[in-house]
Design a protein around this ligand. Structure first.
Ligand code: UDP
Length: 313
């Protein structure tokens, strides 16, 4: 296949490009580089099945030649990114999705939307099944991301129903691994960086809120299986192993031998109190479930961050 990955220079986008190339496909990564970086492609130099196009998908996408699939991964994705880039976040989820769907229609390409567990907001159903409609504050600071992704899902289904575009929607839960941005403000890079510097880990609130962390290779495998399946409705992909943020901080301090302890800081507005994917649908339809444990995955992630020069800057 010839596949376009929007947001291809980002954390998930670049891992997806690697997987598609490994499966023998031709890959075009498109990115405006506001949160992504071409550093994520240095290992692909000279690969004749790969090319990078610098473009902001909120503007009309001109693309020559055939495409078999479009994977729409462009978006700021960490809470501090979308607090700093609220309008861009809304635009890429809405206008960007519309443009990418329009291109899929024009090319007769399959379309896969990177959606998110944030469509469930601060969920009142636990664990979250795909049939849950969510509990989102539309005017809160996180609303720019949550509502853009909810709009993106609605637009994807409308293109499927009205234009017959062959679409897929993956709802991605918290994912971690190499190539996360050190300063994207998310809990994994923050804790790893703080622990490597011997500093206290900044736990927001009391740390009683829960998350369920999925290692990137597991997530990418789930997404690839979904792309190759014929399921049009949303599918959760994530690791159901749930823990509190305080427990997570203790795991990191133990894995790194950090003696810096923990420092409590204020809880951000609308921070979801609990999050855990129900992956029954992925298990049944895609024969998928995560394989990498938190300890194994975090060890690989810590080793990767340790070798990044800017950790110590
Ligand atoms: N968090 C924290 N300390 C940090 C960064 C994040 O305690 O330095 C908490 C945050 O309040 C949230 C959880 O960790 O409850 C996960 O935050 P993240 O920004 O990684 O992603 P989210 O799941 O909220 O989108």
């Amino acid at each position: 296949m010839r596949v376009l990955v929007t947001g291809g220079a980002g954390f998930l986008g670049s891992h997806l490009c690697d997987r598609l190339l490994a499966e023998g496909h031709e890959v075009i990564a498109m990115d405006n580089l506001i949160t992504g970086t071409t550093d994520n492609f240095t290992h692909l130099a000279g690969n004749r099945r790969f090319q990078f196009v610098h473009h902001d998908v909120t503007n009309y996408i001109y693309f020559k030649g055939p495409l078999d699939a479009i994977l729409h991964f462009a978006s700021p994705a960490s809470p501090i990114d979308y607090l700093e880039l609220p309008i861009q976040t809304l635009k890429v989820g809405s206008l960007g999705t519309h443009n990418a769907l329009g291109l899929a229609l024009a090319k007769g390409a399959r379309f896969l939307l990177a959606s998110t567990s944030e469509v469930y907001g601060d969920p009142q159903i636990h664990p979250q099944t795909e049939s849950y409609w969510g509990n989102v504050n539309p005017i809160g600071p996180r609303g720019v991301y949550d509502e853009a992704k909810r709009f993106a899902e609605a637009m994807t289904m409308a293109y499927h129903r009205s234009h017959g575009v062959d679409t897929r929607i993956v709802r991605i839960f918290n994912t971690y691994g190499p190539r996360m941005r050190l300063r994207d403000g998310r809990v994994v890079p923050n804790f790893v960086r703080q622990s490597l510097l011997g500093e206290p880990l900044t736990v927001y609130g009391k740390g009683a809120q829960t998350r369920s962390f999925c290692y990137v290779s597991d997530l990418i495998d789930g997404i690839y299986r979904l792309l190759m399946s014929d399921e049009v409705e949303p599918v959760n992909i994530g690791n159901p192993a749930e823990l509190t943020i305080l427990d997570f901080a203790n795991v990191i301090n133990e894995l790194t031998g950090n003696k810096g302890g923990i420092r409590f800081e204020p809880l951000p507005v609308d921070d979801p109190k609990q999050r855990q994917p129900d992956i029954t649908k992925a298990q049944q339809l895609l024969k998928w479930e995560p394989k990498v444990s938190l300890n194994e995955g975090m060890q690989m992630t810590i080793d990767w961050f340790r070798n990044q020069a800017d950790v110590y800057e």
